[in-house]
Design a protein around this ligand. Structure first.
Ligand code: ATP
Ligand code: MG
Length: 395
């Protein structure tokens, strides 16, 4: 029944002179995600459907693309009251609601009826055909929106909520320190939602990690590529750095030093990639490395801008988002993180910068860091085709 999908964008409207840039970015992101052409029309985008298209597959994809406020299956028709009424009737017949409401907006005021008159006329014609239906202007089961332009009109079916935010690529690049856990993929997603393109860095100890870890990391990145498009993943060999740490750093401080080294690695890759910040999945107090004292010492490792968007978020809330974006099922696959390797059972919870720095003086890290970056494998992960609930509450 639908011949198009109509997409409304989110905060782009606020961006004044930059609006064209944000729109172009969202259009190119949509084209990449859907493999379809996307047209800009009076404050919306229009995607033409072909017979063979499965609209639910396209909806799944749209639910994860930052910058979209809402979208609907719709009928594009001539801008005359007969065509508009027929389209509205078939949409109401499709959803079979008990109550409905028509809401018209006109970007072309030459249409012979004003919005209110159009609502009444289309509503009356539908009621003639479906006499058991009722109008409810406050809480209708189905709202049918009509958008009238100069030569054509769009009659919209049920609105699906997008995730909102800004199109990926409008806010520059950020490096995400990606562990195999639940939190860091969600942290990456939060920054994508605000327009950042994420470059992923995973520190990997080949000698302890089963080969499954690497596949798990790739699967996480492919899953997140549904949000931001093709993604770059660096897998950095951490073994030699860890050996050095184990040889020279007290067991209860090793976690702190591992994480400081990861920040240094992230910074080096960020500089290479033109990224301006680092994002992690830290959540205050969640594990020993995330006390305020330890975070202060860990975050001192680089001067680069650092974000921890989950810092005030509870595990339960993080899990809810992870489920919605599809990373949860991948994150819970068992794996051993290299961070947990050879650390004390009771790691330091109140690290002192002076103490950590004086222990670090014994490390021969500069050459090892350079070598780790040089030997790291950068790969491109394409988007995975995984069905998810979608992040937005359904309308
Ligand atoms: P996650 O936070 O991703 O669920 P986790 O809870 O096991 O994993 P920690 O081990 O406390 O997290 O690590 C905190 C943060 O440090 C992670 O969110 C991630 O940003 C970073 N990190 C931890 N391990 C690695 C790793 N092996 N490679 C890259 N970054 C890592
Ligand atoms: Mg965590």
């Amino acid at each position: 029944m639908f011949n198009v999908i109509v997409v409304h964008f989110d905060e782009l409207i606020l961006k004044g002179a930059n609006r064209a840039f944000f729109e172009r970015k969202l259009i190119s992101n949509l084209r990449e995600a859907l493999g379809k052409d996307v047209f800009s029309e009076a404050a919306k985008f229009v995607i033409y459907l072909k017979q063979a298209d499965d609209i639910s597959v396209i909806f799944e994809k749209l639910k994860l693309i930052p910058g979209i406020s809402n979208f609907s299956g719709a009928i594009e028709c001539d801008a005359n009251i007969d065509a508009i009424s027929a389209a509205a009737l078939s949409i109401v017949q499709h959803y079979q609601p008990k109550t409905f409401k028509i809401e018209t907006s006109r970007s072309c005021k030459k249409f012979p009826m004003n919005s209110m008159e159009t609502n009444c006329e289309v509503g009356a014609r539908i009621l003639q055909q479906m006499p058991n239906l009722k109008v409810d202007v406050h809480r209708p089961d189905l709202m049918v929106c009509i958008e009238i332009q100069s030569k054509k009109a769009f009659v919209l079916g049920k609105k699906e909520q997008g995730i909102g935010g800004l199109p990926v690529g409008t806010a520059g690049k950020i490096v995400c320190l990606l562990s195999g856990g639940i939190d860091s993929p969600v942290a990456a997603f939060s920054m994508m939602k605000r327009g950042a393109k994420i470059i992923f860095v995973h520190c990997h100890n080949q000698t302890i990690n089963q080969s499954g870890v690497e596949q798990k990391i790739k699967d996480l990145v492919s899953c997140l590529s549904r949000v931001q498009g093709k993604s770059i993943l660096y897998i950095v060999a951490f073994d030699e750095l860890q050996k050095e740490v184990i040889a020279k750093i007290a067991a209860d401080s090793r976690m702190i030093v591992y994480r400081r080294l990861m920040f240094k690695i992230a910074e080096m890759i960020a500089k290479k990639q033109g990224a301006l910040a680092i994002v992690t999945g830290d959540s205050l107090g969640q594990v020993a490395s995330q006390t305020l004292e330890n975070l202060e010492v860990i975050y001192e490792a680089t001067d680069m801008l650092k974000f921890s968007p989950l810092i005030g978020t509870n595990k339960r809330e993080i899990i809810d988002i992870a489920r919605k974006i599809g990373t949860y099922e991948i994150s819970i696959r068992p794996h051993e993180d290299c961070c947990s390797f050879m650390i004390s059972k009771h790691p330091e919870t109140r690290a002192h910068l002076e103490d950590i720095k004086s222990q670090e003086k014994n490390l021969q890290c500069s050459a090892l860091l350079r070598k780790a970056i040089k030997n790291s494998r950068a790969q491109v992960c394409a988007r995975a085709e995984v069905a998810t609930e979608g992040i937005a509450p359904s309308s």
